[in-house]
Design a protein. Structure first.
Lengths: 352, 285
C-alpha cells in the first residue's frame, strides 16, 4: 500500500478557498500532514476549521486550490479518498431514531461488510467503546459523551488510514475529554494519521506534533509546538522574593544575567523576566537548555548576593500566549501583567 | 457553525469506562472490506427505512388515517349528489382517491431527506464509498412499503363500505402495482424539494403547491365531460388523470392500455428529469 520511496503526505492542500456568498470562509489554506502523525488545526469559532475539514474529506467542493489525500485528488478521486478516511464532526451525525447497534450495523453494511460481518463488528465496537448495555437503545437517549463515542466508533468501521476529528471534545466533561485523547494516542500508535481541529490549546499541546493556527480562513502560523512557542519567546522566569527591600537590586541581577527585560508585577514581591531566544539557541524550542541555563545562573547570582527567593518558576510560553500573540497583537505579551485580575486583588489586600 | 448542540453538553453523568486500547487496536487493524455494490447499498438504506417505521410507528398515521378520512368524506359527502348514492360513487372514486393519497404521501420522502441533511446524517452517508444515489433509492424503497400500506388500508375500508371492483384480485393488484411504479417516480419531485430548500416546512409548502392542483385538476372526483373545454384539455393532459384512469380501468377489469402506457411514460420522464436534477443537487450538497 505504501510506496517504498517517499510516502505521499496524508493530507496536502494548496491554496484551498471556499466562499459562501460574499464571505470567504476559507481563504487560501495550505496544509501538509505527514503520515502517522497528529496534526492540530487550532482556531477560534468561525475561523474556517470545519469548512476546511469538509473540503479535505470530500464533502464540500473547493472553490479554489486543490487537496490530495494520500496522493488522491479529493474532487476527481473522491471514491479512492473515501475508502481510506473517516470523519467525526462536531455533532454526532448518527440516526437518532435508530439504536446504537442498528446504526453501526447499517454503517458496517455500507462500508462493505456482509450482514453477519457487520453485526459482529458492531458488537465488537460497542463492547470496545463501553456501549454494550446501551446497544439496544435509540441514540437520542444517549448522553453527549456516549454519542461522541459512538460517532468516533462509527468513523472507525472502515479502519481508516486518516481520521478527521472536528472538535472531538467540544462540550465534553474533563473525564470524557481525557478518554478521547487516549483514543487518539492509540490510533496514531497504529500508524494512522489524525487531523484534529480544536479551540482548546492544551488539546493540541498534548496531542499534536505539528500545528496550524487558523484565523479568518487563513493559516496565520504553522510549525511544531516548539517553533510556535519560540516565535513568541523561549519562556518566562517568575520570581517571588522574601521581602521587597532589595527588589530593585534583584531586578538588575536578572536583567544582567538573563539579558532580558524585567517586569515588575503589581505584587511588590514578584518579578517576571521574559527570556528571548538568545543567539541561535531555541529554534528546536521545547526544553530550551539555553533558557534554563541562564535562569540557573541568575538564581545563583541572587543567592550569592543574599537575596532570598521564595519561589521560582521557569515556564515556556503557553499556547494561549502564542495564540493571543498571533491573533491579536494588542493582547500580546507586551501588556502581560499590567493590572490584571490577580494583581488588583493583591493591591486591595495590601490596602486593608 | 461551531456551537455544540444542547444535548452535547455533558452535564449528565455518563460513567463510561475507558476504551481498552487492545480492542481498539483490533478494530483499527481489521481488514478493510471492499465497498458494497449499488444494490446492497440501496437495500441497506431500505432496511434503515423499515427500522424507522418500526421505531416511529406513529408516522404511519399519515399514510393510514388521512387516506381513510378522504375515502369516507368524499364518498358520503359527494356520493349522493354526483352519482345518485355513495355506494355507486365509491366504485368510481376509490381508485382515484387511492392515487391522490399515495401521491400526497410522496411528500414525506422529501421531508425525510431534509431531516437527514439537518441532522448531519447525510454527511456520514456521503463519506461512504458507495453508489451515490443509493441513499435516496433506499428512502424510496421504504416509501414504497409506506404506499403499499396506505393502499391496503384504503382498499380494506373501501371494501367494507361497498367497493366491489369488477377486475377482482388480479385487477386490484395490477392497479396498485402500477400506482407504486408511478409513486416511486413521482417521489423524486419531493426528494428534489428536500435537497433544495432549507427546512421541513418549506418542503411541505412546495410539495403541496405541486400536488394539490395536480390532484384536483384531474378526473379523480368527477368525469371531466361536464367541465368547460379549456379545463377538459388541462385535465386530460394531467399525469394524475392518466394514472387515475389507468388504475380505475385495471380495477374495473377493463384493459386501459393507453392510460397504462401514459402512466409508464410519465414515470420514465419524472425519473429522468427529477432524478437527474436531484442527483446533481445531492452531489453539490
Amino acid at each position: 500500500m505504501t510506496d517504498r520511496t517517499v510516502p505521499d503526505p496524508a493530507v496536502q492542500a494548496v491554496g484551498l478557498v471556499k466562499t459562501f456568498g460574499a464571505h470567504r470562509a476559507v481563504d487560501g489554506v495550505d496544509l501538509t500532514v505527514r503520515q502517522g502523525t497528529v496534526y492540530g488545526v487550532l482556531g477560534p469559532n468561525g475561523a474556517g476549521k470545519t469548512t476546511t475539514v469538509r473540503m479535505l474529506a470530500g464533502l464540500l467542493r473547493p472553490d479554489g486550490g486543490e487537496a490530495r489525500i494520500f496522493g488522491h485528488d479529493v474532487v476527481r478521486e473522491a471514491d479512492a479518498v473515501r475508502r481510506r478516511v473517516g470523519l467525526t464532526g462536531q455533532y454526532a451525525s448518527l440516526d437518532q431514531d435508530l439504536t446504537g447497534m442498528e446504526n453501526l450495523v447499517l454503517l458496517g453494511r455500507l462500508s462493505g461488510h456482509p450482514k453477519k460481518g457487520a453485526r459482529d463488528r458492531a458488537v465488537q465496537l460497542l463492547r470496545t467503546f463501553g456501549l454494550a448495555e446501551a446497544a439496544g437503545r435509540q441514540v437520542k437517549t444517549y448522553s453527549g459523551g456516549m454519542r461522541r463515542r459512538l460517532d468516533i466508533g462509527a468513523s472507525l468501521l472502515n479502519a481508516p488510514d486518516l481520521l478527521f476529528l472536528d472538535e472531538p471534545t467540544t462540550g465534553l466533561d474533563p473525564r470524557s475529554r481525557n478518554q478521547v485523547w487516549e483514543m487518539i494516542r492509540v490510533i496514531v500508535a497504529q500508524g494512522k494519521t489524525v487531523l484534529l481541529t480544536t479551540q482548546y490549546l492544551d488539546e493540541v499541546d498534548r496531542l499534536a506534533s505539528r500545528i496550524a493556527v487558523i484565523d479568518k480562513g487563513r493559516v496565520i502560523a504553522e510549525g511544531t509546538k516548539g517553533e510556535l512557542k519560540a516565535s513568541v519567546g523561549a519562556g518566562a522566569v517568575h520570581l517571588r522574593l522574601r521581602d521587597t527591600v532589595r527588589r530593585t537590586e534583584a531586578e538588575q541581577v536578572l536583567a544582567l544575567t538573563l539579558g532580558a527585560e524585567v517586569q515588575r508585577e503589581p505584587d511588590p514581591l514578584a518579578l517576571t523576566a521574559r527570556i528571548d531566544n538568545g543567539d541561535g539557541d531555541g529554534g528546536a524550542g521545547a526544553g530550551d537548555g539555553g533558557a534554563a541555563g541562564r535562569a540557573s545562573r541568575a538564581l545563583a547570582e541572587l543567592a550569592r548576593r543574599g537575596i532570598t527567593v521564595d519561589s521560582f518558576s521557569l515556564g515556556q510560553p503557553s499556547l494561549d500566549e502564542v495564540f493571543l500573540a498571533l491573533t491579536d497583537r494588542r493582547a500580546g505579551p507586551a501588556s502581560v501583567g499590567s493590572g490584571h485580575g490577580p494583581g488588583q486583588g493583591i493591591e486591595k489586600e495590601r490596602a486593608t | 457553525m461551531s456551537t455544540a448542540t444542547p444535548g452535547d453538553t455533558a452535564g449528565r453523568h455518563d460513567e463510561l469506562p475507558p476504551v481498552p486500547s487492545g480492542s481498539l487496536v483490533e478494530l483499527l487493524t481489521a481488514e478493510r472490506p471492499s465497498p458494497p455494490g449499488p444494490v446492497s447499498a440501496s437495500l441497506a438504506f431500505g432496511w434503515r427505512s423499515m427500522l424507522k417505521i418500526k421505531h416511529i410507528p406513529e408516522q404511519l398515521a399519515d399514510v393510514t388515517v388521512l387516506p381513510v378520512m378522504l375515502v369516507l368524506m368524499f364518498t358520503y359527502l359527494f356520493g349522493g349528489a354526483l352519482a345518485g348514492s355513495p355506494r355507486e360513487y365509491i366504485q368510481y372514486l376509490l381508485p382515484g382517491v387511492l392515487v391522490m393519497s399515495v401521491v400526497m404521501t410522496t411528500m414525506y420522502t422529501g421531508i425525510a431527506i431534509n431531516n437527514d441533511i439537518d441532522k448531519g446524517v447525510l454527511d456520514r452517508f456521503r463519506m461512504l464509498p458507495i453508489w451515490r444515489p443509493s441513499t435516496l433509492v433506499g428512502h424510496l424503497l421504504g416509501d414504497v412499503l409506506r404506499y403499499s400500506i396506505a393502499s391496503s388500508v384504503m382498499l380494506a375500508v373501501g371494501l367494507l363500505i361497498g367497493f366491489r371492483p369488477e377486475g377482482g384480485v388480479p385487477g386490484v393488484v395490477a392497479g396498485v402495482l402500477l400506482l407504486l411504479v408511478f409513486a416511486f417516480a413521482f417521489s423524486w419531485v419531493g426528494t428534489m424539494f428536500g435537497l433544495l430548500v432549507r427546512d421541513e416546512r418549506t418542503v411541505i409548502g412546495a410539495s403541496m403547491t405541486v400536488i394539490f392542483p395536480l390532484n384536483f385538476l384531474s378526473d379523480i372526483f368527477v368525469d371531466p365531460q361536464t367541465m368547460p373545454d379549456w379545463l377538459q384539455k388541462l385535465v386530460h393532459n394531467n399525469p394524475i388523470t392518466h394514472v387515475a384512469s389507468a388504475v380505475r380501468g385495471l380495477m374495473e377489469g377493463r384493459s386501459p392500455g393507453a392510460d397504462v402506457a401514459w402512466t409508464l411514460g410519465w414515470s420514465a420522464v419524472l425519473i429522468v428529469v427529477f432524478g437527474s436534477v436531484t442527483m446533481k443537487l445531492y452531489q453539490r450538497k
